[in-house]
Design a protein around this ligand. Structure first.
Ligand code: C5P
Length: 293
């Protein structure tokens, strides 16, 4: 009887699960080499932030996705539906899914919105079908459909290597005020990797970069090797970075393959109104629950 009451309070009477799907930022991102399969070996420190989409998820006879943002494809190419197919494959369960996605995270921004939606879908499906899979199994399988997805199964702070899918969970950092700024133009990840010159990357030891964030007496070393190719594709990004640095923020860095920047600390000036901007902060989840804001 106690179980029935608990499951109703989690799912609501309609069997619908509503979950936040947070964005991520790359506190540093170092590209180390190109693999034979075309992917790149990297080292990155990732952190989830409170800027989040919301997913309303229910079991259904057939997969169906709707989204508040008409520019987001809702067909089988969307990572939400790829995650549903992956879940059926790894669980052996023949369940369909109905998802309504409230989009807040800008896309083509380097903020991992699609990857986060996929991780959230896998978590939701596992909850709705009696948690037959462990978080570790979900994390491992999710790397098949996207390099950034496994990270979201950490508790929100992790050092990631390989293609990004090898996740070393870290304890949460002290919370920081984060401002996300993105110009209207987005950037496609594959294009930015394609423009990368591996001779023009940071050669600092990755462990040293990591330690600069982990120990309080160190100055964080903010590196993103994808900034240069992104600035090559969209030259106004370099001007925007300078403008943000002059605004008084403590640090400014592009996230992932761009085109969004994250700014730590506070600005002394108003930001231009023609940009997407939002003030947010770090968020971490507990071991048992998905992210809450
Ligand atoms: O894994 P995901 O589908 O997110 O990657 C999108 C694209 O980004 C890949 O097709 C590849 O061009 C590039 N990529 C890469 N190396 C990585 C991750 C992504 O070259 N480690």
């Amino acid at each position: 009887m106690i179980f029935v009451v608990y499951s109703f309070s989690l799912l609501g009477v309609s069997g619908m699960l509503t979950l936040y799907s947070p964005a991520k930022i790359n506190l540093f991102l170092q590209i180390l080499s190109r693999q034979d399969d075309g992917y790149h070996r990297l080292a990155t420190l990732m952190q989830t932030i409170k800027l989040a989409d919301t997913l309303h998820v229910a079991l259904a006879d057939q997969d169906e996705l709707t989204c508040t943002d008409p520019s987001i494809p809702t067909d089988g190419s969307n990572l939400v539906l790829k995650a549903a197919r992956l879940f059926r494959e790894i669980s052996g369960l023949s369940v369909g899914i109905r998802v309504h996605l409230e989009k807040k995270i800008p896309h083509q921004a380097g903020l991992g919105g699609g990857s986060s939606n996929a991780a959230t879908t896998l978590w939701a499906l596992n909850q709705l079908t009696g948690q037959t899979l462990s978080t570790f199994q979900l994390m491992q399988a999710s790397g098949k459909i996207g390099s950034d997805i496994p990270f979201f199964f950490s508790k929100g702070t992790a050092f990631c290597t390989g293609r990004g899918e090898i996740v070393q969970a870290l304890p949460p950092f002290q919370n920081e005020s984060v401002t996300i700024v993105k110009p209207t133009e987005g950037l496609e990840t594959a294009r930015i990797y394609g423009q990368l010159d591996l001779n023009d990357t940071c050669k600092e030891n990755s462990e040293r970069l990591l330690h600069s964030f982990m120990y309080p007496n160190q100055i964080p070393l903010l590196v993103n090797d994808l900034e240069k190719p992104a600035f090559g594709c969209l030259p106004q990004l370099e001007d925007l970075k300078r403008q943000l640095q002059r605004s008084g923020f403590k640090s400014v860095l592009m996230s992932g393959s761009g085109s969004a920047f994250f700014c730590l600390g506070q600005s002394e000036k108003e930001l231009p109104t023609d940009l997407f901007s939002c003030q947010t902060s770090f968020v971490n989840r507990s071991a048992e629950n998905w992210y809450t804001l």
